[in-house]
Design a binder for this molecule. Structure first.
Ligand SMILES: Cc1cc2nc3c(=O)[nH]c(=O)nc-3n(C[C@H](O)[C@H](O)[C@H](O)COP(=O)(O)O)c2cc1C
Length: 518
């Protein structure tokens, strides 16, 4: 038998390829029923799907120009990568931006800038840039908090980010003296590496929830008592990428570790409703804030994306009437990022940051309430010139999410929602996150924050100021349209921010509430 078989010539190598393609064609025409293109163009039809799947990478690497991509273009990403690696982050030959483009901003430099005197904190440490306001001071909270960095890590939960990414960020904020906002997924062991923490929760009350999904004050109290690194608490009302959108955490994704951290059951779907159960109107929200602040002693703030103003006005009126209210307000822009959101929400619901923040700030300015609140901005503000604009408009601190991700290696693959993030940052795949070198990446986040603060201080000094809190709306101009070519922020947005009671950077350094000392 074997002799007979040996007489049959073995087919040439190309015959195997031919046979394989023939089988694919049979599959395409007679078996698969989903794709018309594959049926009508067997074999070659596959090319269309493959090319479509690698299209974003091809465009990013070969086609898109330096300023073309969104959310962050190549120049912006390159600046963050170089800053995080302490490499040369300059550009040569002059700006490649169209300086006359609509919405382009200009910071007005002074004839002679601010001179840092000898012995000044910034002469000793050019990266030292704390917040000019203290969270919780006005409301006499027992543990007020002055963030020791004006740039901080924005809400991103363990669950949407990998354990390795969260740990790298926490170690990074510790090195940079910044704070780390937990995001909605609760306080994980990866958040406990010494960085200041802002504990954030949304409608799912993860980490502070009762078995039936309500808020648990006892758990909140215990969490704060057990974790002195928690310096403030943020209640999420909404976020720019998906305001008013609830969500389901599928049971399949709930591992024992995640269940433990979030306070939910293993393997069982968990619903984050669109609205809170702990309060249903503005009066109840203020009572809720006061109760948490009373029980924990910490400053309590709220985070929201801005659309309609009526309830914000109600809040401001109530603050005026009662002398109570949030210690800080984080305003997220509609351009904000997310682990996952429907495009209709991400693209269209809530105002972009400049419109949202300017409308909201005016509500509090008109009632002379701004000195009671630390304003925090988030929404692609992680660049020094954008930060100058935001400070001129009234923010006291900036939160960065995707910029922080990029500083630890995110390549904007935009795969956060499907667990396949190639850099291991926004995935739960153990294999993918193994590639993250935590000590190195934490250095990079710290270096990005340091470079950011140094460049921001240099811009501030060029404008003649000692601290960015001194920026006013007249210090920054914005291209508005063809008839009215270039106007100050003040005349564009119709207000000027209230003066922040800043004395000196030395006083900020000497403040007993200054964070970053865990
Ligand atoms: C992966 C990821 C997860 C996020 N998770 C939360 C969250 O849990 N809660 C929240 O309020 N915002 C969340 N955000 C929004 C960010 O905190 C931030 O407000 C927004 O991305 C704008 O900042 P950026 O432009 O610097 O990214 C998330 C963003 C990203 C990219």
């Amino acid at each position: 038998m074997s002799q007979i078989l040996n007489t049959i010539p073995s087919p040439p190598w190309w015959a195997w390829i031919f046979l394989f393609l023939f089988l694919v064609a049979i599959w395409d025409i007679f078996i698969q029923k989903k794709h018309t293109i594959k049926h009508n163009f067997p074999v070659v039809g596959h090319l269309r799907y493959w090319l479509e799947s690698i299209g974003p990478e091809m465009r990013q690497y070969f086609v898109a120009n330096n300023r073309e991509e969104l959310p962050f273009n190549r120049i912006e990403r390159g600046w963050i990568y170089a800053s995080a690696k302490k490499e040369n982050n300059y550009e040569g030959f002059g700006s490649d931006r169209d300086l006359y483009a609509h919405q382009h901003i200009f910071v007005k430099n002074r004839m002679m800038g601010f001179v840092v005197p000898e012995g000044h904190p910034n002469a000793i440490d050019p990266y030292f840039l704390p917040c000019a306001k203290v969270m919780g001071q006005h409301n006499n909270r027992r543990k007020p908090f002055r963030p020791s960095s004006i740039v901080n890590v924005s809400a991103m939960s363990f669950g949407s980010l990998s354990a390795a990414a969260v740990e790298a960020m926490n170690k990074g904020v510790k090195k940079a003296g910044a704070y780390h906002n937990t995001g909605e997924g609760g306080l994980s062991p990866y958040h406990k590496h010494g960085g200041d923490i802002v504990f954030h929760f949304g409608t799912g009350y993860f980490g502070v929830r009762t078995p039936d999904g309500n808020f648990s004050m006892e758990k909140m109290k215990k969490l704060v008592e057990d974790n002195p690194s928690i310096k403030a608490i943020e209640i999420k009302l909404s976020q720019g990428a998906k305001p008013g959108k609830g969500g389901v955490l599928p049971g399949a994704k709930i591992t024992p570790e995640l269940a433990e951290i979030r306070g939910v059951e293993v393997g069982k779907d968990v619903l984050s409703p669109a609205t809170h159960k702990a309060f249903s109107n503005v009066t109840e929200l203020v009572a809720f804030i006061e109760e948490i602040a009373e029980v924990t002693g910490l400053p309590v703030g709220i985070k929201g994306a801005i659309g309609k103003l009526d309830q914000w006005e109600e809040l401001a009126d109530l603050m005026l009437e009662t002398g109570k209210g949030p210690d800080f307000i984080t305003v997220d822009g509609g351009e904000g990022g997310t682990g996952a959101a429907p495009p209709s929400f991400a693209d269209h619901v809530s105002l972009p940051w400049v419109y949202g923040f300017s409308s909201l700030y005016r509500v509090f300015l008109n009632r002379k309430l701004t000195d009671r609140i630390v304003f925090i901005g988030s929404g692609k503000l992680g660049f020094p010139a954008k930060a100058a604009m935001a400070f001129a408009m009234g923010v006291d601190c900036i939160n960065v999410a995707r910029e922080a991700m990029m500083s630890i290696g995110c390549i904007q693959a935009q795969a956060c929602h499907n667990n396949t993030c190639p850099t291991g940052i926004a995935t739960q795949s153990k294999w993918l996150q193994k590639g993250i070198n935590i000590p190195l990446k934490s250095d990079r986040l710290a270096q990005y924050f340091s470079t950011f603060r140094k460049e921001f201080l240099e811009i501030t000094h060029a404008a003649g100021y000692e601290h960015p809190s001194q920026f006013t709306m007249d210090d920054v101009q914005v291209n508005v349209d063809d008839n009215d070519l270039n106007k100050s922020l003040a005349s564009t947005y119709g207000y000027n921010k209230a003066k922040v009671p800043f004395t000196s950077v030395q006083d900020l350094k000497d403040c007993s509430y200054l964070g970053g000392k865990n």
